[in-house]
Design a protein around this ligand. Sequence first.
Ligand code: TGC
Ligand code: FAD
Length: 390
Amino acid sequence: MEKFRGVDYYAIEGLLSEEERMIRDAVRDWVEAEFLPVVAEHHRAGTFPLSLIPKLGELGVFGATLTGYGCAGLNNVAYGLIMQELERGDSGLRSTASVQSGLVMYPIYTYGSDAQKEKWLPEMARGTKIGCFGLTEPDHGSDPGGMKTRARRQGDAYVLNGTKLWITNGSIADVAVVWAKEDDGEIYGYLVERGTPGFSTIDIHGKFSMRASITSELSFQDCRIPLENKFPKVKGLRGPLGCLNQARYGIAWGAVGAAMACYDWSLQYAQQRIQFAKPIASFQLVQQKLVWMITEITKAQLLCLQLGRLKDEGQARPQQVSMAKMNNVQMALDTARLARDVMGAAGIVDEHPVIRHMMNLETVNTYEGTHDIHTLIIGRDITGLDAFGV
Ligand code: TGC
Ligand code: FAD
């Protein structure tokens, strides 16, 4: 198959600034040259190419919208385009950048003390330190407000007890952002460093999705952390949910990247594959699938771009982020499944990227709020009625 040819049916390129295009192209070239050649072997082995993380730092990917501390200070559209290009490589690659930027650097920057920012942000921007985000628990996924993890003050320390499950990069992280309840029943955020006594991790194996990404369980047993490791500026579920707004925004763009990869690959395949003495791309039913894909990708691109412009004006509402995450991930999953179908048997092997994207997108559909939770968030917004439960 030829190199990726880009997907821009509505001349959206013309709506981007020169800087946004340059950033997009730099990340696209890097993914092409350094990531795509190794992703299939990592997918098979169930590993992540850790040596590439500092290179992502050099590219300015981490905390790209933040200012100071060695961060690039880009606008949200440029950041979205970075996420699109990373996920064109693999959802696990975008996950690493999302977690580091939106779920670890963002809360340190927004809720953290000056000392916490100075200690973590410059190294995280460089990719020489890695973070993870612990919100989900074995008994509380979609309803994190019910979390059981507890933090209790004892003298000059907080003592953490509990378990966080399904945590991206948990076992390789130098620091975990952990959300726990105190005796007042409120949720607070804490920075827990790797190696702290009472803090341990176990990786989750047997995944059919996100194989080129590390997913772990975090366990806290009488884990004592210094008082200064608590975020001073946030209290309540709005703390972690505020971080999710950032990461969900990146996923909305990233899903478009995965869909673009699947569409372009299956189009090229269909143009080359001969059956009944003709390229399969000449059959009406195959064309219908390809046309559906590019139409939905185009709509998703426009949704992202307008959301990014709103975000840059400080006008993007969390419910609008939910709509983009919900729509674009469903679109990408449907696109990947159609692309797999267009490729016949060839679609099931990892010589081609389509099945890998398809399996990854099953996770993307679930994490950062499932498709249905985002439906209910938007439903509550437009009706004023809460359909979540009691
Ligand atoms: P609810 O009563 O709606 O809200 C509680 C408080 O939070 C505020 N809030 C938000 N603040 C900022 N941004 C948002 N998006 C917010 N949504 C709500 C809200 O105003 C309220 O504040 P206050 O001050 O009035 O108390 O809370 P609820 O318990 O009814 O739950 C609502 C629900 C279900 C929407 C929420 O819990 C939710 O979003 N659940 C989904 C959980 C989720 O997305 N988990 C993701 C875990 S992290 C992850 O998956 C990382 S994957 C990383 C990767 O590898 O890429
Ligand atoms: P559940 O909440 O049990 O949901 C199961 C089903 O029930 C879903 O279909 C859901 O939509 C539905 N459902 C639940 N409540 C309702 C309702 N009120 N109405 C209608 N339907 C409902 N979490 C982190 O904190 N940090 C991470 O880094 C992280 N990384 C992840 C990486 C991977 C690979 C995966 C798979 C998950 C990750 N997660 C992470 C966890 C993720 O956020 C959760 O899986 C997700 O929030 C859903 O929770 P759950 O899996 O417990 O599903």
